[in-house]
Design a binder for this molecule. Structure first.
Ligand SMILES: NC(=O)c1ccc[n+]([C@@H]2O[C@H](COP(=O)([O-])OP(=O)(O)OC[C@H]3O[C@@H](n4cnc5c(N)ncnc54)[C@H](O)[C@@H]3O)[C@@H](O)[C@H]2O)c1
Length: 270
């Protein structure tokens, strides 16, 4: 299978380096809005080649599975184009799918043209159980995300609120409300809220609380689900990436595990 990595940052780089030499991967195609990143990565990963930004169509054509690990904007720009060509796509910037028109188009194109859409669990776990539970009835899904200040560094919303996270010594709740709004306000931070929403009861019913804790050393996600199946409590304390503290190490591992599923045809879990 020819794998196209769209976005050569922390997640894309981890995936490309892990797939190097994989017996079932015949090509690793690299693409980034910043050519120096895709070109730089191609020099360190054997069997890979980079596609300059203006050759995005060729990048998609030459890939069987496009793994998006870039940004909401990248999903908006390339997801339809990938599915239109009957290709498979994996989405990491899941918050982009809170745009109902985009998500409906993607599902329609996949059905019409035969491509598949993969959304890995990313930085959380329990998506398998929530998917199963959603076949019965789910009444409540609540996600509480607790991050160190550097995990929300650069947030335009927090800057707009005049909140200087470095001045706080105790935890501050910076958002409480529906997942739909959370993913728009904090696009780089709460993709997990989007994945939960898609697996469970949707963007409007899933509740999200975001807390910044100066004492936190992990990206902590607490998930509570209540439904006909019973109740679920999931707690993750994720190690943040060294290169991008907004991302957790578990996220690329989850994408790689999903690629392994696709390559091997062995599906464990829902
Ligand atoms: N699903 C999850 O649980 C989960 C977890 C962590 C991160 N993420 C998301 O995955 C994505 C990648 O995360 P990361 O930590 O690797 O980020 P990163 O910032 O380290 O890398 C992103 C790369 O994508 C490139 N890029 C951005 N916009 C682009 C575009 N329009 N076209 C082409 N390239 C583009 C950037 O130049 C950069 O090299 C982010 O959107 C992040 O929010 C999802």
């Amino acid at each position: 299978m020819r794998i196209g990595i769209l976005g050569c940052g922390f997640i894309g780089t981890t995936i490309a380096k892990t797939l190097e030499g994989h017996p079932k991967v015949t090509a690793i195609n690299l693409f980034d809005i910043d050519d120096s990143k895709s070109k730089g990565l191609s020099l360190t990963v054997e069997g890979s080649r980079y596609f300059p930004f203006e050759r995005w169509e060729e990048f998609i054509e030459e890939s069987d599975l496009v793994v998006e690990a870039a940004s909401h904007r990248a999903v908006e720009t390339y997801a339809r184009e990938t599915l239109k060509r009957g290709k498979d796509i994996m989405i990491l910037s899941v918050g982009a799918l809170a745009d109902d028109a985009l998500w409906e188009d993607m599902k329609r194109l996949a059905e019409e043209r035969g491509g598949r859409i993969f959304i890995p669990s990313g930085a959380i776990s329990g998506i398998d159980g929530i998917k199963s539970a959603s076949l019965g009835r789910i009444e409540e899904v609540v996600l509480t995300t607790i991050k160190p200040p550097k995990g929300l560094k650069g947030s335009e919303v927090l800057a707009g609120m005049g909140l200087n996270l470095n001045k706080h010594t105790s935890p501050v709740t910076v958002y409480e409300g529906p997942a739909r709004e959370a993913v728009k306000l904090f696009p780089q931070n709460v993709n997990v809220a989007a994945t939960l929403s898609i697996a469970g009861i949707g963007f409007d019913k899933t509740r999200v609380r975001i807390v910044v804790d100066p004492a936190a050393t992990t990206n902590r996600h607490e998930i509570y689900v209540k439904g006909r199946f019973g109740e679920m409590h999931i707690v993750l304390k994720n190690v943040p990436s060294m290169t991008n503290p907004k991302s957790s190490y578990l996220a690329p591992l989850s994408a790689i595990a999903t690629i392994e599923k696709i390559l091997s045809g062995v599906y464990v879990g829902t």
